[in-house]
Each structure stands twice: as C-alpha cells, then as structure tokens.
Design a protein around this ligand. Structure first.
Ligand code: NAD
Ligand code: IPM
Ligand code: MN
Length: 368
C-alpha cells in the first residue's frame, strides 16, 4: 500500500489540499485503491515559530513516502526564497525529480481568454527540465551593498541532464501520438509516419553556449524518434504563438526557467491558475515524485475559502497515474470535467461565487 506524504504548506495550499484529499478518498474508495497518508507540517508558519525550514530528518521521512502531494509554499512574512528554495527546490533536487510535467488542456465549458480557440486547439504538455539551469543556486555577491556590487547567478546545463529531459519529451510525444496523432501535423507529415511533435523552446540566438548544448542534444535525440517531428521555437516567439496559435503545440521541452514562465501563460490558456496541475517526476523512481498545483500560496485570496481546488484535484489525478491508479485518476478527471462542463459551482476566478469546499463537494458528487 503506497504512502502519500502530504505537505499542505502556506496560504491557499491547505485549503486546496483538503479538497484534493477529500476527492481522493471518495474516488479511491470506489476502486478499492488503498493508501496511507502522512502529513508534514512545513512552510511559513512553522518556520516563523521554530526557525526551521526542512530538517535532514524530515527529508528522510519524506523520502520514505511513495509520492508527495504539496499545496504551495510562500509566506508574506518570510523573505522571498527561504521557503521556495528551502522546501520546494530542495525536494525537487534531493529526490531527483528532474522532470516537471505540466499539461495545458482546456476543458469544455471553461472559458479561455484566447479568442476563437477552444478545447481542440489547446491541448499541449510542457516538459520542464526541473533540476538544473538558473535554479541550482550557483552564484553569489561580491562587494554587496556597495555601488560596485556584483551579483552572479549561473545557469547550469549538463549534457546528461538535458538529454534525459529531451528523451522524456520524445517518449511522451510518441505515446500521445500512439493514442491519437497530433492534429497539428499536415497530411504529408502523417503520410511520412509522424504521430507527434516536440518543440524545443530555448534561446539559441543569445544563449550561444547553454542552448547550443540543448540544440545539439535535441538534434541527436530527435534522430532516435523518426515518428516524432522535431520543432524549434525561440522562447519569445513561443509566448506569442501560444496565444496566437496554441494548436501548433503538442509537447514542449524547455529549460527550468523558461518552463516556469511559459507554464503560467499555459495556465491562463486553460482557464487560469486555479486549473493548472503539475508533477515533479523522478522517472527512475529512486525517490518519491511530488505533485502540486502550478500556482503558489496566493496570499491575496488565502483564508477566504475561495481558491479554486481544481488544480490540486488534477494534481491528485496525476499522482494516481504515477502510483498505478490510472482508473481512479481517470474517474477523477471525468468528474472534474463534468463539473466544469455544467458550469456550476464555480469559484470567483472562473466567474462564479462558489467556495473551495463547494467545488470540492461537487467533484465528489460527480464521481461515478
Ligand atoms: P500565485 O500563483 O500564488 O498567485 C498568482 C495569482 O493567481 C493570484 O492573483 C492568485 O489569487 C491567483 N491564484 C493562484 N492560485 C489560485 C487558485 N487556486 N484559485 C484562484 N486563484 C488563484 O503566485 P504569486 O502571487 O506570484 O506567489 C505567491 C507566493 O507563492 C510567493 O511566495 C511565491 O514564491 C509562491 N509560489 C509557490 C509555488 C509553489 O509552492 N509551487 C508556486 C508559485 C509561487
Ligand atoms: C513553480 C513556482 C516555483 C518555481 C517557485 C515557487 C520556486 O513558481 O512551481 O512554478 O519557480 O519553480
Ligand atoms: Mn511558477
């Protein structure tokens, strides 16, 4: 029986996690999917009380879990970075969660701000490299606080780290295409046997060292996947095209920093931050993977009971896929889809006036 480590965290984190767990309990019960829960008190309140962010002993307890479900970290009373680096990034790195998988899918009934586009046009997955780049914390200051101050933050890109991310993206495009060929391919491309596409999103025209490595690795990996079209976009143009023609994307492979940025944009395409889910994956399964909404602790709405729990509920579904509970995951996605399609209840981010708990309850009741 798998043990799920739960980190409710800060702000709206505990509010949406509660609904995610309630839906999990109900859906798992129907399939006889059994699990243990273990809750970890981490985040801003605990740090302010104890001065501790994440101890080595707690890290080892988390490592013994089979998967982690996290709400969000980030607290207005704690300096930026303390919790984000100390909890979230530490777990992503320590547990070798080198893929951050972020689906961007518009569900019927949800409004996208992109004019003239619907569920047929908005269905892509971002494979964000999750262990390298500007996120590793390589850097420092010299002459801090003086007019001559220098601040350096280095982007680390290793050949092996880049390659494993790209291979994951190509494998994913291949399996998505096997289920249903990517609609953005021309008839001629399909005739040549192509089923999917990976778009590398980088900035090879400026980052002529780091992204040269990405491009060379991309070309080499692409050669191993004749059924997947290899596509490239500079990140600035990618942002523009995600808005203007989202239908041209299938799988996007990108760096940690660019992936962070374009997935908030992706969240908006699919209806907002309240809907976007993610998985920090350790594909080798040498340590637990971690599932969380793309959004943060949302201090502006925390404590009001109005956060949209759907991103957290979709994250639970991704976690179930990872734990071998795909039928329960599918059950949950279908229940959310039904609630979204019928249009009520809806939290204020989607134009409604329902509470977090009311949406959670509606999803539970929509489970078949
Ligand atoms: P945010 O994602 O928390 O909020 C951005 C906007 O989206 C806000 O207006 C918020 O109200 C809205 N929003 C977010 N989640 C929502 C939900 N479930 N339902 C409805 N609306 C929602 O980003 P931010 O304000 O830039 O960051 C706040 C804090 O969260 C910061 O401390 C940041 O470092 C942290 N953060 C943590 C994570 C994480 O734990 N994974 C992710 C992003 C940001
Ligand atoms: C996210 C968040 C994190 C990131 C922060 C809080 C460290 O924005 O998960 O998208 O930048 O990865
Ligand atoms: Mn982010």
């Amino acid at each position: 029986m798998p043990t799920i480590g739960v980190i409710p965290g800060d702000g709206v984190g505990p509010e949406v996690v509660e609904q995610g767990l309630a839906v999990l309990r109900e859906a798992a019960g129907r399939d006889g999917f059994r699990y243990d829960l273990r809750t970890f008190d981490l985040g801003g309140e605990r740090y302010l009380k104890t001065g501790e962010v994440l101890s080595d002993a707690t890290l080892e307890d988390l490592r013994r879990c089979d998967a982690l479900f996290l709400g969000a970290v980030g607290h207005p009373g704690v300096p930026p970075g303390v919790l984000e680096k100390g909890v979230l990034l530490r777990l992503r790195f320590a547990f070798h969660q080198y893929i951050n998988l972020r689906p961007v899918k518009l569900y019927p009934g949800v409004e996208t701000p992109i004019k003239g586009k619907g569920p047929d046009e908005i269905d892509m997955v971002v494979v964000r490299e999750n262990n390298e780049d500007l996120y590793v914390g390589a850097g420092g200051f010299t002459r801090k606080g003086t007019p001559e101050e220098v601040a350096i933050q280095t982007s680390i890109n290793t050949r092996s780290g880049v390659e494993r991310c790209l291979r994951y993206a190509f494998d994913l495009a291949k399996s998505r295409g096997a289920a249903r060929p990517f609609r953005g391919l021309s008839d001629a491309e399909r005739g040549r046997g192509l089923v999917g596409q990976v778009t590398l999103v980088a900035k090879t025209n400026v980052l002529t060292f780091a992204h040269d490595l990405w491009m060379r690795a991309f070309d080499e990996v692409a050669a191993d996947y004749p059924e997947v079209k290899a596509d490239y976009q500079h990140v600035d143009a990618c942002c523009m095209r995600m808005v203007v023609s989202p239908e041209r994307f299938d799988v996007i492979a990108t760096t940690n920093m660019f992936g962070d940025i374009i997935t908030d944009l992706g969240a908006v395409l699919q209806g907002g931050m309240g809907l976007a889910a993610s998985g920090n994956l350790n594909p080798l399964r040498t340590a637990p993977s971690m599932f969380e909404p793309v959004h943060g602790s949302a201090p502006d709405i925390a404590g009001k009971g109005i956060a949209n729990p759907v991103a957290a509920i979709f994250s639970v579904a991704m976690m179930l896929d990872h734990l071998g509970g795909s039928s329960t995951a599918e059950r949950i996605r279908q229940a959310v889809a039904k609630v979204l399609r019928q249009g009520v209840p809806r939290t204020p981010d989607l134009g409604g006036s329902a509470t977090t708990a009311e949406v959670g309850k509606a999803v539970k009741e929509a489970l078949v």
